[in-house]
Structure formats: C-alpha cells, structure tokens
Write a protein that binds this ligand. Structure first.
Ligand SMILES: Cc1cc2nc3c(=O)[nH]c(=O)nc-3n(C[C@H](O)[C@H](O)[C@H](O)COP(=O)(O)OP(=O)(O)OC[C@H]3O[C@@H](n4cnc5c(N)ncnc54)[C@H](O)[C@@H]3O)c2cc1C
Length: 451
C-alpha cells in the first residue's frame, strides 16, 4: 500500500452518527468546548448528574489529539519526581503522583462501565535510557517513587533489556506495570457514545467564536457565539487542549501548541513483532526530543516523535514520515525493509511549566496542559472538574436558599492540580502565536546533546 497521509486509528473506528440538522440548543446548564477525552469525559459525568450539557466541537467528535495519539495510557507526569518534589514539596507531589496512578484506574473503570471496545490492556510501559547517566537517574527515581509514593517500578539493566525490547541501542530501562495501552480513536468514540447515552448533546461543526458574560432571567451565565448561532450556558468548561484559540484568550496565552507526528508500518509477521517488543509494552525514550513507540493491536509498529515542533500541516506531516522512518530504523534496524503505510500529526498542549492545570480562569472551568500524557490525565481531569462543577453548583444553590456551603457535606473532589500556580510566558512575551517554537526545538536538541 502506498504511504497514506492519514490517521491509521481512524481506519479501525466508527464514530457515533450526530444529527447535523438538529438546531443548537438555546439554553444549557453547561457548554463544554471540545469533544476530546477531556470534554467528553466531563460531559458524561455532568449529564449523569442531571445537567443539561452541550459539547460544542468545531470539527467532528474526537477530531483533535484524542484520536491521533499513541494510545499510551501512562502513569506519571512529564516532569520527573525529583523536579516535582523540589517545586511543590513532598506532600503535594505525593498527591499528584497518587492522582497519576488513579488516572489509569479512571480510564479502566469507564471502559469497563461503558463496555468500550478499544483494546485496553494493562501491558505496562517501558522507558529506555539513551545515555548511561539517564539510566543512573532511573535507579534514583525508582528509589524515590518506592519510598515516597509506595509504588514499585522495575529497573532493567542493559544486559537484561532483550526481554523487553529487540533493540541494542539503549543503556537500560524502567518498567511500570500499571500503565496500559488502547486504541485511542475507538476509546474517544466510545466516550462520545457514553456521553450521549448519559444525555449530553454533541454539536459538531460548531466553532465557538467568542464568549461573553450575560445574565438571563436574572441568572448569571455566558453567551457563546458560535459558527452555528448563539447558545446560553450557566457554566462553561473549556476542553480545547492544543487547539485552544482566541475564543478563550486568557487560556490561549498559557498554552503552547506543539506538533507531534506518528508513522505506522505495514502489519508485521508475528515473530518479528515479538522480537521488537516481547511484552508488548508502551515504550518511550529518555530524550527531551523523544521517540515513543508500540505495536498496534494488529501488529504494526507505531512510531512517533516531535519530528517537527510546529503543529500538523501538509508539509510537516510529509517531512515527518521520512524523519520518523529514519528514527525507527535507528532503534530497530530489523525494520529497514518494512513499508511505512500511514503518517499523521496532531497538536499537544504544553503549559510553560510543563504541568497539567485545571480549575477556573476568568470564571470558566478548564483542564489543559497534559504535555503528551493526556490519554489518562485528560479523562481524569474531565471527570474531576465536572465533579467540582457539580459540587460548586450545589454549594451555590444552597447559599441562595440561605444555607452555608459546608452544609452540603460535599467536600470538593480531591484534585492536586487545581490551584497550583499557572504561569504564562516569561515577561508576557506570548499572545498565542508560538513564534519561539524553532528556538525551543533547537534548545531541546541541544539539551539532548549535552545532558
Ligand atoms: C501525535 C500525538 C501523540 C500523542 N500520544 C499520546 C500518548 O501516547 N499518550 C498520552 O497520554 N497522550 C498522548 N498525546 C496527548 C493526548 O492525545 C492529549 O493530551 C489528549 O488527547 C488531549 O485531549 P483533549 O480532549 O484535552 O483535547 P483534544 O482531543 O485535542 O480536543 C480538543 C478539541 O477542541 C476543539 N476545539 C478547539 N477550539 C474550539 C472552539 N473554539 N470551538 C469548538 N471546538 C474547539 C478541537 O477541534 C478539538 O477537537 C499525544 C498527542 C498527539 C498529538
């Protein structure tokens, strides 16, 4: 098959049919912007609590990063635990790490409850060290994680690595058995079905253009102007990730959209697939400019990386195919003759401090900043922020009736990412146009060279 510039996962997935002729609802309790993991997970939870929810999606369900990713359902965060402890202290880091483990259970529970057929499997992840000093750091990290967070990672010495990966280029590895893999497009399609089943409405081809505060019958709320007309909502949940736009300018200034690209090979013979990844792990390396890779359920090698820092377009996607193929053969010379059949790209959302952030900004709820760890964390944050909205609403209603918020007996849901400082660009030098990406790309390449 000739190379297709097309997302392979989509060839395996059917999305729920949305009736495009249905008019936009005039009034809802919550308008969720973005139909990816974050927005759909939130919509499902909110609708289950009885809220009238409309998910407004400028393209189609799952169109963003949620259908385009590697399907790695990963524990941990982008920043290492030592950095987290230095920055946030022991107690908050403990809560963050516990939340990162809970994200995997959250995904598994939803998949089970909603019977989503998406090849979810707790196959574990393997991080591989590109340099000897990266491997030394694995040993330190594994010790801290065991002592501080009571979670066991397995460090794999170079001489034992063949049991994990059919590549001789690495200096050792670290395995977390808790992580999982899935087919992300099937998963996001299943989440959409679950949100619809719970009673949420999904409005495709509905781009939110601007949002203004506006009261209605004395009730405070929001007027959202969209490409299909106006909708009024009591509350807004912004779930637009790397595609955040000028409709939410305050959030846009805090999120850097970064391109990530993936190729998949033809279906590989079973013995070769087993040799490349004997335990079928989700694998990524220790560089800043990293590669991530795995076998697909039908035994293709899926190989991804930040081949270009800019978000996807025809040029960056086409160029990435060759860059990634070379990277893949560098890791796996066995794949020199394997045909690459698909290449595609998507946009990740990085905050300036490379942390997930969630809560309220300008009176609207949001969850963003997953930095390539979004399959699990986006699902979790969607659910947690939806629970926070329900609890805030109950408290407000009780207050209006003359009671006190505490009388609900409803503590705010645990979420260690709410309320942490959410920095913008240094000196405010960013308005949503990431002019500095080529510099950042060069900087990370330099760091990979020296560190
Ligand atoms: C190539 C690639 C590989 C990745 N691999 C992994 C991986 O293996 N593991 C992992 O954990 N994470 C991975 N990620 C990250 C992960 O996919 C994301 O963090 C996650 O999908 C974010 O989900 P989301 O719902 O927040 O955003 P998205 O899925 O990006 O959804 C946002 C949606 O908002 C819509 N939107 C934006 N603006 C508007 C507007 N004004 N009006 C209406 N709609 C709007 C967009 O159309 C889009 O559909 C990867 C990402 C990419 C791009």
């Amino acid at each position: 098959m000739p190379l297709q510039e097309h997302n392979y996962w989509l060839t395996t997935t059917e999305f729920p049919a949305i009736d495009a002729s249905r008019p936009l609802p005039e009034v809802v309790d919550v308008a969720v912007i973005g139909a990816g993991f974050t927005g759909l997970s939130a919509a499902r939870t909110l609708a289950k609590h009885g809220a009238r929810v409309a998910v407004l999606e400028s393209q189609t369900t799952g169109w963003g990063a949620s259908s385009r990713n590697g399907g790695m359902v990963l524990t941990g965060m982008k920043l290492g635990v030592s950095q987290l402890m230095r920055k946030y202290g022991r107690e908050l880091t403990r809560r963050m790490y516990a939340a990162s483990l809970a994200t995997i259970d959250c995904v598994e529970q939803i998949i089970r409850e909603e019977a989503i057929d998406c090849n979810f499997s707790r196959c574990g992840h393997l991080e591989v060290a590109c340099k000897a000093k990266h491997f030394a750091d694995y040993t330190r990290q594994a010790e801290i994680i065991e002592v501080e967070f009571n979670h066991k990672l397995r460090v794999v010495e170079k001489q034992d690595l063949a049991a994990e990966i059919g590549s001789a280029i690495y200096h050792g590895g670290m395995v977390d058995e808790i992580s999982a893999g899935c087919n992300p497009a099937r998963y996001v399609a299943g989440l959409a079905r679950a949100a619809l089943k719970a009673g949420a409405e999904i409005c495709e081809h509905t781009r939110v253009q601007s949002i203004e505060r506006e009261s209605r019958n004395g009730e405070p709320g929001w007027k959202l102007s969209t490409s299909r007309g106006v909708i009024w909502a009591h509350e807004v949940f912004v779930a637009t990730s790397g595609y955040t736009s000028s409709a939410t300018p305050a959030l846009q200034k805090k999120i850097i959209p970064i391109g990530s690209f993936i190729i998949t090979t033809e279906v590989l013979p079973e013995p070769l697939a087993r040799e490349l990844s004997p335990r079928n792990r989700m694998i990524y390396d220790s560089k800043n400019y990293l590669y991530y890779y795995r076998l697909t359920p039908d035994r293709r090698m899926l190989f991804g990386g930040r081949a270009a820092f800019f978000p996807e377009n025809d040029q960056t996607v086409r160029r990435s195919a060759e860059i990634l193929r070379r990277g893949m053969i560098g890791v796996y010379p066995q794949l020199a003759d394997a045909r690459v059949e698909y290449v595609w790209g998507g946009t990740l959302d990085f905050a300036f401090d490379i942390m997930p952030h969630a809560g309220e900004l300008d009176g609207m709820y949001y969850a963003v900043g997953y930095a390539g760890h979004g399959v699990a964390m986006a699902t979790y944050q969607g659910q947690k922020i939806a629970e926070l909205m329900v609890s805030d609403r109950m408290a407000a209603e009780l207050k209006a009736e003359g009671g006190t918020a505490d009388a609900t007996g409803n503590a705010k849901p645990e979420n260690p990412f709410v309320g942490i400082p959410f920095p913008g660009a240094p000196l405010g030098m960013y308005n949503g146009n990431p002019w500095f990406l080529p510099l950042a790309g060069a900087w990370y390449k330099f760091l990979d060279w020296v560190s």
